[in-house]
Design a protein around this ligand. Structure first.
Ligand SMILES: [Zn+2]
Length: 182
């Protein structure tokens, strides 16, 4: 066997590195007036080079479809001037909702890698209860779904004190329910 002079990172280590990057990028919003726990990056699968990253802008843009994943795909496709993201991998701090997962499938991404789960997010905000893998399984152009990756680190975005304060304004009934449960 040829000697391994320089240890190549394992696929898992590559995923963890890209996930840590997007968690760090998203965490920057915590010190702003509009913290969000949802961030997404699109990375060229073969080279690991980042094409685009963005955060959720539903409130900023008054657009219910401006989830981090939809926005990042939109910006990435515009940059490449093509509706196809074949050859690219999505890293997202939270498991994509059905809208975002459908959009990822339509974009033809190679893989979707997520941090926290829909269940994790649902402790703090409303969700649609269909897993990314379920949407994937029922499509004619399935991709590879990997996750959770660095779940605890990604979930810290949801439990940051500044984020918890904002969640209370998004969804007071849900927060009251949670605190009542203890
Ligand atoms: Zn979504």
């Amino acid at each position: 066997m040829a000697s391994k002079s320089i240890a190549q990172p394992t696929p898992q280590q590559v995923d963890e590195r890209h996930m840590a990057d997007i968690v760090r990028f998203t965490a920057r919003t915590m010190e702003t007036a509009t913290p969000v726990p949802f961030g997404c990056s699109i990375i060229e699968t073969a080279t690991g080079k980042r094409l685009m990253r963005a955060i959720n802008a539903v409130r900023k843009e008054n657009d219910p479809s401006s989830h981090a994943e939809v926005r990042t795909v939109r910006l990435a496709c515009k940059k490449l001037k093509t509706p196809s993201l074949k050859g690219y991998t999505m890293y997202t701090t939270c498991e994509p909702c059905p809208m975002c997962m459908a959009n990822a499938l339509w974009a033809g991404l190679d893989r979707v890698v997520y941090g926290a789960t829909i269940e994790d997010a649902n402790r703090h905000c409303k969700q649609i209860h269909i897993s990314a893998e379920e949407v994937n399984r029922r499509s004619d152009m399935p991709l590879v779904v990997t996750g959770p990756v660095l779940r605890e680190e990604a979930y810290k975005l949801f439990t940051h004190p500044n984020m918890l304060a904002v969640f209370a304004t998004w969804n007071p009934k849900k927060s009251e329910l949670e605190s009542a449960k203890g």
